[in-house]
Design a protein around this ligand. Structure first.
Ligand SMILES: Nc1ncnc2c1ncn2[C@@H]1O[C@H](COP(=O)(O)OP(=O)(O)OP(=O)(O)O)[C@@H](O)[C@H]1O
Ligand SMILES: [Mg+2]
Length: 421
């Protein structure tokens, strides 16, 4: 006779049910081909991404940039709200759109409207006439240090200021494509729209890859997984060329050459790069005027950044000489109140001095809150409970952007380019 009480029997049954469920889970997929398993993963994943996108970008299935009230818009333009109202009354600028807020009717502006007013008032910043477009690479072969975060926030911040910006995603993971353009890289983007055909030498035409984003003044060249093929095609080309001529095949100049025909349309071009020093990154290193290298305040990240510098040095040493206007390290996910973070950032400061940007990017929860809705910090609609977190993050981004803008102005002002112009 069983010595178990009814309670224990029930418990046993319960455990058996759980075991059966897990057993079924464990059995799931057994005997299926690896290909079929990946296919199922891909199909389900793609479907879920599509639904996620629809939720994130509804109602138009397109990302729409947020709008600003008259105080913020006036601040962005550099005038007072009264001034904007009076320009409107005089008929000098278009009548603003309005929306109801309780009993009040408020004026609202999107970035396009703000830029129109800036243009009218001659207050839209741009590179000086004849100056070369500043092409900035955000690189580090260490993964997860904030290359995409930095690329996105800088591109969007400069676009908010009124600059004409091109963000180029050269990483097949497509983070900037997803967050910057609202595209699901492997569903929405065709391989011809990526840098693939440029890096493999199929074409020099970049213009067809440029897509306007929902931010006025910010265009994007997207990436998706197919871009990775460049890393397979180029080595063969190098090998064959060496066999024939004994010389290094100039694969590294392809992006620089292709940029020549489109760069004049922009004040600033920002390149997000993959976490590797492959053929695509070498093209980026060869095309830029300046580099920003994000790194985290941790020992491991610090060491691999030094390694990156050494490998980039060895690589560039084999190519024709090029000049940079600047290279700067940017400390990311900095925790000003953490002793460990402070120790390593003091250490980095001590050795690198002015090679390190004075301002660092703080570690902020605002990033994950915004990303959950397929948005960046700069476009997220802020919940009142999160206002403090977001405001701190936004003013931090502002400080970093201003510092980078200063470096970009050095590129525009450099005598070398002025003479060439
Ligand atoms: N300052 C920050 N505060 C909080 N989270 C951050 C910050 N910077 C980046 N992150 C988060 O850290 C993760 C890695 O950042 P990101 O994707 O920009 O790194 P990455 O260098 O581009 O990575 P990869 O090498 O894979 O391309 C992301 O989830 C990003 O949202
Ligand atoms: Mg990235």
């Amino acid at each position: 006779m069983s010595t178990l009480s009814t309670g224990s029997n029930l418990q046993l049954l319960f455990h058996f049910a759980i075991f059966e469920k897990y057993f079924k889970k464990l059995q799931r997929g057994r005997g299926m081909s690896a290909l079929a398993m990946f296919k199922e993963l891909y199909d389900k994943g793609s479907k879920s991404l599509e639904i996620f996108r629809q939720q994130a970008v509804s109602p138009n299935n397109k990302k729409v940039l947020k709008e600003w009230g008259i105080s913020d818009a006036a601040k962005m333009i550099g005038r007072t709200p009264q001034n904007l109202r009076s320009l409107e009354t005089q008929g000098k600028i278009k009548k603003a759109r309005t929306k109801k807020n309780g009993k009040r009717t408020e004026r609202i502006y999107n970035l396009k409207e703000i830029n129109k007013i800036r243009d009218y008032l001659n207050l839209r910043p741009s590179k000086p006439k004849g100056a070369k477009t500043a092409i900035i690479g955000i690189t580090n072969f260490k993964g997860g240090v904030g290359k995409s975060y930095t690329s996105l926030t800088l591109s969007q911040s400069f676009a908010l200021m009124g600059y004409k910006v091109l963000l180029i995603d050269s990483d097949n993971q497509g983070t900037s494509t997803y967050l910057g353009g609202g595209f699901i890289p492997d569903l929405d983007i065709r391989s011809e729209q990526t840098l693939l055909n440029i890096i493999t030498g199929e074409t020099k035409d970049l213009a067809n890859s440029i897509i306007p984003t929902h931010w006025d003044g910010l265009d994007i060249i997207p990436a998706n997984l197919t871009l990775y093929n460049a890393e397979m095609v180029v080595p063969n080309q190098i090998y064959e060329h060496r066999q024939k001529t004994g010389e290094l095949f100039p694969f590294y100049a392809r992006l620089k050459d292709a940029l020549n025909s489109v760069e004049h349309n922009y004040d600033i071009i920002i390149l997000d790069t993959p976490p590797s020093l492959g053929f695509i990154t070498v093209n980026v290193l060869f095309a830029v005027d300046g580099l920003i290298i994000p790194l985290l305040a941790s020992g491991v990240d610090y060491c691999s950044t030094i390694q990156f510098a050494s490998m980039a040095y060895e690589t560039l040493d084999r190519l024709p000489k090029i000049d940079y206007q600047f290279i700067r390290l940017l400390l990311n996910k900095n925790k000003p109140y953490s002793a460990q973070s402070k120790d390593i950032s003091d250490f980095i400061k001590k050795f690198f001095g002015e090679l390190l940007l004075t301002n660092s990017m703080i570690d902020t929860e605002a990033v994950s809150k915004a990303t959950a809705n397929m948005q960046t910090i700069l476009e997220a609609e802020i919940h009142p409970n999160d206002r403090k977190t977001f405001n701190r993050a936004l003013s931090n981004i502002d400080e970093v952007t201003k510092e980078v803008e200063f470096l970009i102005k050095q590129v525009w002002d450099s005598a070398q380019y002025r003479e060439a112009a």
